[in-house]
Design a protein around this ligand. Structure first.
Ligand code: MN
Length: 499
C-alpha cells in the first residue's frame, strides 16, 4: 500500500493535536505540483519520496516545521521552484532547513576526496543546524529502501556510503533506531550473501524463542506487580541485522556466543525503579557473571543509558534484559532528535528533558566559518574537539575507505583493523604521504598507507604496548603464543634468539 498524505497528517495529529496540519497539506500540494513531471526510478510519482521521508520523521514525533521541510526537501534542487518561493510560502525557518538539505545535495568527487567532502558537508550541516542532518537521514533511508530500481553499481556506492558515513554519524548522534535502519537497508546491497546468512540465522533464533520469552514476560510482570512497581511497557526487541552480523564476525560466526539477538526491554517511571527491576530479575533468575552493565551511572559516549543484564531464564535459555525509563528509551531510539520530539508530559515549552548533554553540538554551532579546503577542515575539527572525535577517529586508506578507530590508535591498529595478515606482515607506514613510525598515534583525517613485507614472520611483540585496540593487542598476543607453543613443541627454532 502506498503511503498517503492523510496517513502523514493522522500520525502528526496523534502526537501533536496543535500542529499546523493545513500547512503540512499545503507543503504536500506545493511539492507534488513542483515534482509533477518527475518520476522515481521505479516509475512511481516523485512525491512518494518526500512523503516517505516526512512520515519517517513523523514516526519520531518531530515538529511540523521538520515535516514541512521534509516534504519540500528536493524542490529547489530538482524543480523550477526556488528557495525564495518556499520562504514566501512557508516562512524562513522552513526555507532555512530546505536550503541546508539542498547544500548537502550532490557530491561530485570520487575516492578519498568524496569521503572527505561528504564528511565535511555533514559536519558543516550539523554545525549550522542538526535538524538538517536528521531530515537528510530520513531522505537517505527512503533512497536506500528503494534502491532496487537503480543500476547495481550505483546501488553499491550509495549503500556503502550510508554504511560508512551516514550510519556512524547517526550513531554519534545517539539515533540508535535510525542507525540500525540505515545499516540494515545498506547491508543488503553491500554484502548480499552475508545479509541473507545473518537474516536466516536470526529468524531461526527468533522462531525458537517465542515460547520462553512469552512465559518470561508473564512471570516478570507478576513479580513487578507484586513489588508494587508500575511498568510502562515490557517488550521484546530484535537486534538489527548488521550489528548482529558484526558481532557474529567478532565471535567466530558462532551464534551460541551471542545473547542479545532478542532482548526484553522493561520501561519504568524512575531511575530508582530501574534498579529495583534489576534486583527483582536477579531474584527470579540467576545472572551470568560479568554481564551486568550499568549505563545509567556510566552512559555510553553517545549518551546511551540503560541497565543491561543477562540471566539464565525460563527453560534454561539465556536472555538479556534492558531496563530504562521512558526518557532514556526515547533518547536511545531518537538520540538528538528527542530534543525536538513532541512530548505530552512537557507542560511548558522550556521544561528541561532528561537528556544526556551533547556539548559538542553547541561547539559545532559556534563553528560558523566557511571551511573551504581539506586542510582548513581538519584544522577546524581539531579546534572544536567535538565528541564525535573525542573517543573515535576516522582515517582514510589510499583506496578511500574510511576506518573508524579509537582515539590514539596507531598504524598497527589500522593494519589489524584491515586484516590480521596485514597486521602480521606490516613493516612501515606512510601517513599523509610521509614516512611515519608504526607506533605514532593517528589523527582524524589522516590518510594512511600500510606497507607490508609478505616474508615477514610476524608482529613485533613490543607493539602490544603501542597498540590501542583490543583487537590488535589480542592478535599480536595470539601470534606470540602460537610461536611459543610451536617452539616448545619443537616445530620452530627459538623465536627469541636472533639468527
Ligand atoms: Mn531526496
Amino acid at each position: 500500500m502506498p503511503q498517503t498524505i492523510d496517513e502523514l497528517k493522522s500520525i502528526v495529529i496523534s502526537y501533536d493535536p496543535k500542529a499546523k496540519i493545513a500547512d503540512i497539506h499545503r507543503a504536500y500540494t506545493f511539492a507534488a505540483d513542483a515534482h509533477k513531471n518527475q518520476k522515481r526510478a521505479s516509475g512511481e510519482p516523485y512525491i512518494i519520496h518526500p512523503l516517505a521521508a516526512a512520515i519517517t520523521l513523523a514516526e519520531m514525533r518531530l515538529p511540523d516545521t521538520l515535516i514541512i521541510a521534509a516534504l519540500l526537501h528536493d524542490v529547489p534542487e530538482d524543480t523550477a521552484k526556488t528557495i525564495e518561493e518556499i520562504e514566501q510560502e512557508f516562512g524562513s525557518e522552513v526555507s532555512h532547513l530546505v536550503a541546508g538539505i539542498t547544500k548537502l545535495g550532490k557530491i561530485k568527487y570520487r575516492g578519498v576526496e568524496r569521503y572527505i567532502e561528504n564528511l565535511r558537508k555533514m559536519f558543516l550541516a550539523m554545525a549550522e543546524d542538526v535538524r538538517v542532518v536528521i531530515i537528510k537521514f530520513a531522505d537517505r533511508l527512503h533512497n536506500l529502501e528503494t534502491l532496487d530500481s537503480i543500476p547495481p553499481k550505483k546501488q553499491y556506492r550509495i549503500a556503502l556510503e550510508s554504511l560508512e558515513i551516514f550510519a556512524p554519524i547517526a550513531n554519534r548522534l545517539g539515533m540508535g533506531e535510525m542507525k540500525g535502519r540505515l545499516e540494515d537497508a545498506a547491508f543488503k546491497y553491500v554484502l548480499p550473501k552475508e545479509y541473507e546468512w545473518t537474516k536466516n540465522l536470526a529468524q531461526t533464533v527468533i522462531r525458537r524463542s517465542d515460547s520462553y520469552l512469552e512465559r518470561a514476560i508473564v512471570i516478570l510482570q507478576k513479580d513487578l506487580q507484586q513489588a508494587g512497581l508500575n511498568i510502562a511497557d515490557v517488550h521484546g526487541r530484535t537486534k538489527h541485522l548488521y550489528s548482529l552480523y558484526k558481532k557474529l564476525i567478532k565471535n567466530e560466526r558462532n551464534i551460541a556466543h551471542i545473547y542479545d539477538i532478542i532482548a526484553l526491554r522493561v520501561i519504568v517511571d524512575t531511575i530508582a525503579d530501574c534498579y529495583a527491576v534489576l534486583g527483582i530479575i536477579h531474584g527470579r533468575w540467576t545472572p551470568l557473571k560479568g554481564r551486568i552493565k550499568d549505563y545509567i551511572s556510566q552512559p555510553k559516549p553517545n549518551g546511551y543509558r540503560s541497565l543491561h543484564t543477562t540471566v539464565f531464564c525460563e527453560e534454561g535459555e539465556i536472555v538479556e534484559f534492558q531496563i530504562r525509563t521512558k526518557e532514556m528509551h526515547e533518547n536511545a531510539e531518537f538520540g538528538i532528535a528527542a530534543h525536538w520530539s513532541y512530548d505530552e508530559r512537557k507542560t511548558t515549552k522550556n521544561t528541561k528533558k532528561d537528556i544526556a548533554p551533547v556539548d559538542w553540538v553547541n561547539q559545532l554551532i559556534d563553528l560558523q566559518q566557511d571551511i573551504s579546503d581539506k586542510k582548513q577542515y581538519l584544522k577546524a575539527l581539531d579546534e572544536v574537539k567535538i565528541d564525535i572525535f573525542k573517543d573515535r577517529i576516522f582515517v582514510f586508506t589510499p583506496k578511500g575507505d574510511v576506518i573508524d578507530l579509537p582515539e590514539d590508535s596507531t598504524p598497527v591498529d589500522l593494519a589489524y583493523a584491515i586484516h590480521t595478515d596485514i597486521g602480521n606482515t606490516c613493516i612501515a607506514a606512510k601517513v599523509n604521504d610521509a614516512n611515519s613510525p608504526l607506533d605514532r598515534p593517528l589523527k582524524s583525517g589522516d590518510m594512511v598507507e600500510i606497507i607490508i613485507d609478505k616474508n615477514r614472520k610476524g608482529p613485533n611483540p613490543d607493539w602490544i604496548s603501542s597498540a590501542k585496540t583490543r583487537h590488535a593487542k589480542s592478535k599480536i598476543r595470539q601470534f606470540a603464543r602460537s610461536k611459543i607453543s610451536n617452539w616448545i613443541k619443537g616445530v620452530i627454532p627459538n623465536p627469541f634468539t636472533k639468527k
